[in-house]
Design a protein around this ligand. Structure first.
Ligand SMILES: [Zn+2]
Length: 207
């Protein structure tokens, strides 16, 4: 059980270039800073990118035509301060997850930050066309979406699942290993798994 309605990523990659090939919502969020152990790539560079990521991860309300027009006309954009808070939440999830993956415990400050965010969870699950989706409150939906991510992180990090760190040397991403025998090594087959597979083929060819 996690705060995520389904353990399936919406798609491996989105049109916006996000890495979505991780089953765990909170860890997909962590992957918005990629290449963590080399030269990190920030995929949430602007407030608009945060909004696009949330939409790509089904954490935005579907708008009626009227609402969409209203939004285009007068909706306040995500503030730079809120983007900053989102990144702060993301890094707390990464630190806590890395600690758990290494057999340790999260820092109390990180637990506190995650708990503070999860306490703000005002979203609820609805069935829509036979599929579970998050319905966010009309007021402050972005903050509510971040709270859903924090809830997912709390459920994942505090549950019984095997949390692991990606073995692709530059990644630093996290994943839950549900494979039989616990043999999974990459955060996502679509990105790191493929990269390592190609590197192995190249190494064999040159040997
Ligand atoms: Zn990885």
């Amino acid at each position: 059980m996690t705060g995520s309605p389904a353990r399936t990523a919406p798609a491996r990659h989105s049109a916006e270039g996000f890495r979505l090939g991780n089953e765990i919502l909170a860890f997909r969020f962590v992957a918005t800073l990629s290449e963590r152990r080399a030269e990190p790539v920030e995929r949430l560079a602007t407030p608009e990118r945060l909004r696009a990521w949330l939409a790509a991860n089904e954490l935005a309300n579907e708008l009626t035509a009227g609402e969409a027009a209203g939004r285009a006309a007068g909706e306040a954009p995500v503030s730079a301060a809120l983007l900053e808070q989102a990144r702060e939440l993301r890094e707390a999830i990464h630190r806590a997850g890395t600690a758990v993956a290494g057999g340790g415990l999260p820092e109390p400050a990180d637990e506190e930050l995650l708990n503070r965010w999860s306490a703000r969870n005002r979203a609820h699950l609805v069935l829509s066309g036979g599929r579970a989706r998050w319905r966010l409150p009309q007021a402050d939906p972005v903050r509510a979406a971040l709270a859903v991510i924090a809830t997912d992180a709390v459920a994942t990090l505090g549950g019984d699942d095997a949390i692991k760190r990606c073995e692709q040397p530059t990644c630093g991403g996290l994943f839950v290993d549900t494979s039989r025998g616990g043999r999974r090594r990459w955060c996502s087959m679509a990105t790191c798994g493929n990269r390592m597979k190609k590197a192995a083929i190249k190494a064999r060819a040159s040997a």
